[in-house]
Write a protein that binds this ligand. Structure first.
Ligand SMILES: [Fe+2]
Length: 360
């Protein structure tokens, strides 16, 4: 199925005017209706979607694999470092899917909680190098740190040393696919000379024994400088472990993080905020925000219950997220270990979001 010809349900921003901003900031500010109103209308008028949510696994289909050659392919996984059969199933699903694409992956985005429990040297071999087959996944894995990567008391008691092991491994093994140049960093891909997408990786940890007050301040300054810095990239994404918005039953929205990060997202052209931490798959569009929120935390740990949502797609299932970023649109697919696409959407550079569904 070609996504462009699929039954497309257009949501959100349907009354927004075109603006000059290439990233949609100006477009969204002229909305005549709120995003929540737009979502409500969508849910009411779309017969393809359940009223309790946008799409569920009953409507799963094969993922799209044909994309424009000028774009870049990414996979995103979080909360994968269990070392168990769940992680293996997702890893195999990723490799299988990647091999079907018409172009190689540019990178895998590792969204944190990369290693649960005590970190020992052989875990990089067993739970990373050998877990993710080079046959299909022969690309850099750019990683950020989750709460379990600091090994607080509930995990391994390794504290900051656990994070340092991951930073050191990247530094000492430049030939490895494991990439973690710092606790926070940014990348322009495919290269800094002619970038299509800029990705800012953050360490969102606030738990005791993670970032020091000095590090928190340094990271804040880094983020503000990065957002101010000129880039040739048409797209800007932020990657961090902790979601701002979530429909996980026992968690929900993180008001502290919304307060901390909200203004940055509202005042800058960030099209995607990609996170893990909640062990499920979610795509949410939050009222008042122009950013699309993706949670891809189903990479191998035990799953968390989700609520159905009028803000988007939620599914308690093992899997990963595929992103294809092209000049004028990014396509996002949520894929399970059985190679089924559970939910897909496209986002234009101007910020129009279209949920893609097979007609009928
Ligand atoms: Fe986490």
């Amino acid at each position: 199925m070609n996504l462009a010809t699929a039954g497309i349900v257009t949501i959100l921003r349907n009354t927004m005017k075109s603006g000059k901003s290439p990233n949609g900031v100006a477009d969204r500010s002229s909305a005549h209706i709120t995003r929540r109103e737009a979502l409500k209308k969508t849910v009411v008028f779309s017969t393809s979607f359940l009223t309790a949510g946008w799409l569920n696994s009953l409507q799963a289909k094969s993922p799209e694999i044909e994309f424009s050659k000028d774009g870049l392919h990414f996979l995103a996984i979080g909360d994968f470092g269990s070392g168990n059969a769940n992680q293996k199933a997702v890893a195999q699903g990723m490799a299988t899917f990647a091999k079907t694409l018409n172009a190689p992956l540019t990178a895998v985005l590792a969204l944190g909680d990369n290693f649960y429990g005590k970190h020992t040297p052989e875990r990089f071999t067993n739970h990373f190098e050998e877990m993710y087959s080079k046959d299909g996944l022969d690309c850099p894995f750019y990683a950020c740190l989750g709460n379990h990567d600091y090994g607080p008391k509930y995990d391994s008691n390794q504290g900051p040393a656990k994070a340092q092991i991951q930073l050191d491994y990247a530094k000492d093994n430049p030939q490895s696919r494991w990439k973690m140049p710092a606790k926070w960093y940014s990348l322009e891909l495919p290269n800094a000379k002619k970038p299509l997408v800029k990705i800012i990786f953050l360490d969102g940890n606030t738990i005791e024994g993670s970032l020091t007050p000095q590090e928190k301040l340094a990271q804040k300054r880094f983020l503000e400088a990065e957002l101010k810095k000129k880039t040739g990239a048409r797209w800007q994404w932020v990657v961090s472990h902790f979601p701002m918005f979530s429909e996980t039953v026992k968690r929900g929205d993180n008001s502290k993080l919304i307060e901390q990060m909200g203004e940055y997202l509202k005042t800058n052209p960030i099209s995607f905020f990609l996170t893990g931490h909640d062990h499920n798959l979610q795509h949410l569009e939050a009222e008042g925000f122009k950013t699309s929120f993706v949670i891809s935390g189903a990479g191998g740990a035990g799953l968390y219950d989700v609520k159905p949502s009028t803000r988007g797609f939620t599914e308690k299932i093992l899997g990963f997220t595929h992103l294809h970023v092209a000049r004028d649109k990014t396509t996002v697919q949520f894929i399970d270990t059985e190679s089924r696409c559970l939910h897909a959407f496209q986002r234009s550079l101007k910020g129009k979001v279209e949920v893609i569904s097979k007609a009928g």
